[in-house]
Design a protein around this ligand. Structure first.
Ligand code: NAP
Length: 335
């Protein structure tokens, strides 16, 4: 698979990575460990070298899975993980019941990293993100704590997730940021206004999460879809039957382009992201081998400037319905 560099850093990874969250967290009960281990190995066989996990996914289960499954391939892959949610007993890190707690105090970052290193079975974390900006801890202190971990050889690269541009600049001044991981896709284009120009100016790579709109942009979810209470999407305004119905216009657009390019809607959604900047590396998540193949096939779908203009024109006429997150979770972004 083609490789891409994340910004000005020396971190070079497959143009499409693999989001591992859904294997253990957020989208229903954890999936079968043996099957997921085989899927992770199959991804390496296919040239995927960038894997995304977090302490909070499970909590812990996803890091354990990724650590064990990728141990045989340690030298071929980059593993990214994240700290920053409060995952003490009785906390609500996914915000399924309300507002999740955060903890980015420097001493807690150190503890979290020790745990992640053990679970991932690695001596150094290739890319360590702060999962959400913690309003109670100055970002300089967070960047300083990660800088010390880099100096100690426990971490290679620093990242932020859903941070606002001022925070990105302040963090970058203390410890260069290699990548920002935030939501970005055809149905969430807010990063285009301020974030992407800032990343370009500072030479920071961009890792779009939920690049398939949490499954919606694949065309496999319509207003008849049901999500049980263990599926995070049951709490999202954008996944109500009304919103799903209204937003089918986006699927029609992706379907039309897909037909023209002999590709699938999921591949067009990913190829569109890849076409935005050469330092963008999406991390679609899947628990199924045939979908992994479909998703990585997006690297071979080349959208011409005419295709991109058509997509932009058509997308500009579609007003996406429903908030991407409930208000309490949205308030934790862009800070
Ligand atoms: N930093 C953050 O705050 C944050 C937040 C959310 C996610 N993430 C990271 O980003 C990764 C990806 O995001 P995401 O999982 O939320 O959303 P996504 O990649 O946009 O979509 C994943 C969903 O789409 C389905 N899917 C994947 N490929 C498909 C295909 N070709 N056809 C039909 N359905 C398909 C998956 O189901 P199946 O498993 O059934 O295929 C899953 O339900 C996560 O794994 C996680 O590592 C980070």
């Amino acid at each position: 698979m083609h490789k891409r560099k994340l910004g000005n850093s020396d971190l070079e990874v497959s143009a499409i990575g693999l989001g591992c969250m859904g294997m253990s967290f957020s989208y229903g009960p954890p999936k079968d460990k043996q099957e997921m281990t085989a899927l992770l190995g199959a991804a390496v066989d296919r040239g995927v070298t960038f894997f995304d996990t977090a302490e909070v996914y499970g909590p812990y289960l996803n890091e354990e899975l990724v650590g064990e499954a990728l141990a045989p391939f340690r030298n071929q892959v980059a593993i990214a993980t994240k700290f920053g949610f409060d995952i003490s007993p009785n906390s609500d890190p996914r915000g399924m019941k309300g507002s999740p707690g955060l903890n980015s105090r420097p001493e807690h970052i150190q503890e979290a990293v020790e745990g992640s290193l053990k679970r991932l079975k690695v001596e150094t974390i290739d890319l360590l993100y702060q999962h959400r900006v913690d309003p109670n801890v100055p970002i300089e202190d967070v960047a300083g704590a990660v800088k010390e971990l880099i100096q100690a050889g426990k971490v290679k690269h620093f990242g932020l997730s859903e941070a606002g541009v001022q925070t990105i600049r302040r963090a970058h001044a203390v410890q260069p940021v290699t990548a920002l991981q935030s939501e970005y896709s055809l149905w969430w284009r807010k990063p285009e206004a301020e974030v992407i120009p800032t990343l370009e100016e500072l030479g920071i790579g961009f890792v779009p999460y939920s690049p398939l709109g949490k499954g919606f942009l694949t065309g496999k979810i319509d207003e008849n879809a049901t999500f049980d209470s263990s599926d995070f999407r049951s709490t999202l305004p954008r996944f109500t039957p009304e919103a799903l119905k209204a937003n089918q216009a986006l699927i029609n657009l992706l379907g039309a382009i897909a037909q023209r390019k002999q590709a699938t809607p999921a591949q067009i959604a990913l190829a569109w992201l890849l076409a935005q900047k050469p330092w963008i590396v999406p991390i679609p998540g899947t628990t199924k081998l045939h979908r992994l193949d479909e998703n990585i096939g997006a690297v071979s779908v080349e959208l011409t400037s005419d295709d991109l203009l058509d997509i932009d024109d058509a997308a500009a006429k579609i007003a996406v319905q429903g908030a991407r997150y409930p208000e309490k979770l949205e308030q934790m972004t862009g800070r």
